[in-house]
Ligand binder design. Structure first.
Ligand code: COA
Length: 315
């Protein structure tokens, strides 16, 4: 039988994806599909492990044993999410070592939101509540991704992230019911995280480089704008119900649209932050490099163990 041409393979691929069938690692896929997925999944994996840092620094100072335990569990979960996602990216042919080198060399992107400081305990609550809500809304969409390993990783991650939202919300509710100083601290944190969280869903469709192709091949099933609007519609009533303000005087429900209107973030700021010039990029990478250096002996021990097992199996 004659070998199919690339055009025929592409047409079959698009037909399968159109029918909602999942693409699996050994399947034929267009180069741009593979490249786009590696780009997105590796950035996502980096976000998980860099995302451990802003909250991780609060573990020693968490108010009380119960909050300390839940925070430790949450930060540990993020390492597991990184592990799942690096594994999913590896199925597309890029090694974990290569992805890690790019991150540590400052060449790889990761979520903008983890480049902002966490000066108060309220930031731990607000990250869990606001940032993780935005993440879950995006990731619930990505769980439908056409690439099987990515979608399956997302499902597992969303279960755990939903617990993270509860952890953050619970911490904020305690502050909301607390002293005037505690309420002020929570409001200040909401004010600082509002726009970075809106930016998390990516630039508007007119500025998004990859959305069109990603939507065509169902890597994503919603645009950045749709995801952001879903987040705003979900979170604004919650913020107000706790007696806090949304730091946007123009944020109001539009009866005709059936959605909240809101002020767009500063997209130049997003560009700067994701390209290495945010308030904490240098600090985050320095901590990751240190952790990578200190973990070298573990990687070497595991590799030696693996070699020994392979030799025994071959003997
Ligand atoms: N943080 C960091 N980089 C971002 C970003 C953000 N919030 N939003 C956009 N970018 C980057 C994109 O990665 C892309 O960079 P690249 O071309 O160098 O790879 C560029 O800005 C243009 O954006 P766009 O064309 O819209 O990219 P996209 O279609 O991949 O959409 C995301 C951006 C973040 C919405 C998308 O990649 C995504 O959903 N990723 C998985 C989820 C994730 O990483 N979450 C992290 C927090 S848990």
């Amino acid at each position: 039988m004659r070998e199919k041409t690339n055009e025929e393979k592409l047409a079959e691929f698009e037909e399968r994806v159109g029918r909602g069938q999942k693409v699996e690692p050994g399947d034929w896929m267009p180069d741009d599909y593979r490249k786009n997925l590696i780009r997105m999944i590796s950035q996502h994996a980096h976000s998980e492990i860099v995302g451990q840092l802003p909250e991780g620094k609060w573990i020693p100072y968490a108010p009380g044993f119960r909050r300390k335990l839940t925070l430790i569990a949450k930060v540990q979960d993020e390492a597991g999410h990184g592990q799942l996602l690096y594994r999913a990216a590896e199925t597309l042919g890029k090694s974990r070592e290569e992805m890690m080198e790019e991150l540590l060399a400052g060449k790889a992107k990761y979520s903008n939101v983890f480049n902002y400081p966490t000066p108060t305990w309220a930031d731990v609550g607000v990250i869990g509540w606001l940032v993780d809500t935005a993440a879950v809304i995006n990731q619930t969409m990505l769980a439908q991704s056409s690439y099987g390993p990515y979608g399956r990783a997302m499902k597992r991650i969303c279960y755990e992230e939903s617990f993270h939202i509860k952890q953050g919300y619970d911490a904020i509710v305690a502050l909301a019911k607390g002293t005037p100083e505690q309420r002020t601290m929570a409001q200040d944190s909401i004010n600082r995280w509002w726009y970075p969280t809106l930016m998390m869903s990516g630039p508007p469709d007119s500025l998004s480089v990859h959305s069109q192709l990603a939507m065509k091949w169902k890597i994503k099933t919603k645009t950045n704008e749709q995801v952001r609007q879903e987040f705003v519609d979900h979170i604004v009533p919650q913020i107000r119900a706790l007696g806090f303000d949304v730091p946007d005087p123009d944020c109001r429900f539009d009866e005709t649209l059936g959605h909240y209107r809101y002020t767009q973030p500063d997209w130049e700021e997003l560009k700067r932050v994701v390209n290495g010039d945010g308030p904490c990029n240098a600090e985050r990478l320095a901590v990751r490099r240190k952790a990578h250096h200190e973990g070298r002996w573990v990687r070497e021990a595991l590799a030696a163990h693996h070699d020994k097992q392979s030799k025994n199996a071959a003997a």
